[in-house]
Design a protein around this ligand. Sequence first.
Ligand code: UD1
Length: 431
Amino acid sequence: MDRIRIVGGVPLNGSIRISGAKNAALKLMAASLLTDQTLTLSNLPHLADITTLIHLLQEHGVAVVMNGAEGDEGHVGRVLSLKAADIASTTAPYDIVRKMRASILVLGPLVARCGTARVSLPGGCAIGPRPVDLHLQGLEALGAEITLADGYVDASAPRGLTGATVRFPFVSVGATENLLMAATLAKGETVLENAAREPEVADLAHCLQAMGADIGGIGTDRLVIQGKPALHGADYRVMPDRIEIGTYAAAAGITGGTLELQGAEAEHLGAVIEVMERAGLEIAETGTAAKPALTVSRPGKVIGTDVTTQPYPGFPTDMQAQIMALMSVADGASTIVETIFENRYMHVPELIRMGADITVSGSTAVVRGVPALKGAPVMATDLRASVSLVLAGLVAEGETLISRVYHLDRGYERIEDKLAACGARIERLKG
Ligand code: UD1
């Protein structure tokens, strides 16, 4: 298993090209199951999770063709064509689904198009129990019959799905997306209330519109979908990864350097920018309309700042670990409250090994800033936890050796190359 070695203490300076959003790309790829025509997606990030979903879609009979790549120097977004002319199998097997929880996103499209689907219950990041009950209840409301047996979800709607009003008891990104896709092929009108407003949901809705779907209320918590008998092919470009933007902004902040994040827009980062500015970072829009960019620097000290994770437009849970790394070297204390996931503090013991002063009680972490972190051998436990260890390693004195970096590879494209190009002493140790 690969490891990453970092020798900290270098302020990062330079430019980083932001990749396409993993959490948008995965849903857009699943949407290819809704039509027998070709869906061509550009600006796809090169990540292990994307490869996992390609394998799953191929299992269902989707012809996946890499049409090469587009982009400028130092960054190449991939272009993928996906054509689900015939669905060869409606079963999503455990061996693939266990690698990535987002695999559950094939359930809605398959049952909507084929009237049947069998999907293994998902695995993915080890952050809390993470059930899929909202996905299943929503599909039942659209007329699917759901049974659970042998670790699989069986969904059946032999006469097709029928539109209905679904009110989610709390916000779920994945359940909103699964139901949104299913509703595009259901008979009549579906209303999704208390829907997730995450920008990745809007990206999916816009792609579905390009495929012929009729969707109102995009970007709000009430989506209204008029079902269509069929969707058609489309070309669609994946949005930039707002979590990658936030992560590299934190890298500039924690090391005290200046990074230009090419392709980054402030639009979807309101809460993150607000917290980072309170923490002493400066974030400026420095690009043009055609070539957007954000430049991030830290003129003074990192200032202890309280953060509570919330559904969008609140502060994203996927940035909680990174902000905690930043707060661990702040002047003063901060309180971090995680409201979305249970058990999303697995980075805490590792940060403590590096000298951080963090106390967790339930969903609240109190971080007392220390003057310096010290490099140590640490273990990645999930995607965002592992990148927080990279951030800590960048500022720590001496050597940090991170094991189990396959978690990082699920969500960060060429992270060691991007950081090394800005001066970080970081390398991947193979094996
Ligand atoms: C997506 C993102 C993930 C992000 C999360 C919240 C992808 C691939 N992943 O995950 O990176 O951290 O949104 O922004 O896009 N829940 C239930 N029952 C359900 C569904 C969810 O109880 O049926 C709970 C979850 O356990 C969690 C909360 O609802 O506590 C929110 O989860 P959800 O928004 O569904 O996250 P994902 O879509 O899995």
